[in-house]
Write a protein that binds this ligand. Structure first.
Ligand code: THU
Length: 132
């Protein structure tokens, strides 16, 4: 078996920054970009898209999971999120749940404190395993 190629976190972060540059965040003034690797090797991205009805704005992760499904599905393996300055950001609580659905506890996230598994970021997660 060929060993898995090392993950290029710099490239993943750059893709997240590129997505962030296209965020639509006129209300919060807080653009966010995300990027993830899928288990088939493709890279997907997302940016936040807000709305005049503030509470229904979409986090960047919403766009990411939509792109995941729209481009063929699969499992998320590695994920990063950046703020408007391009600095690594932790995903909000709700978005950890979104990531759990498609990456599970082993998903590796970049955080300001280094790499963490989703199990560390969302311990004792509720997920598909809880539903019959
Ligand atoms: N935001 C995201 O897009 N993802 C996160 O994980 C954190 C928060 C967005 C939502 C809102 O458009 C803006 O950041 C400020 O909360």
């Amino acid at each position: 078996m060929t060993p898995a190629a090392p993950v290029d976190w710099d490239a993943l972060r750059e893709a997240a920054r590129d997505a962030m540059s296209r965020a639509y965040a006129p209300y919060s003034g807080y653009p966010v970009g995300v990027a993830a690797l899928v288990d088939d090797g493709r890279m997907i991205t997302g940016c936040n898209v807000e709305n005049a009805s503030y509470g229904i704005g979409l986090c960047a992760e919403c766009g990411l999971v939509s792109q995941l499904a729209a481009t063929g599905g699969g499992r998320l393996t590695h994920f990063t999120c950046v703020d408007g300055a391009g600095a690594v950001l932790v995903p909000c609580g709700r978005c950890r749940q979104l990531l759990y659905e498609f990456g599970g506890p082993e998903l590796v996230l970049e955080t300001p404190d280094g790499l963490r598994t989703l199990d560390e970021m969302l311990p004792q997660a509720f997920g598909p395993q809880n539903l019959g």
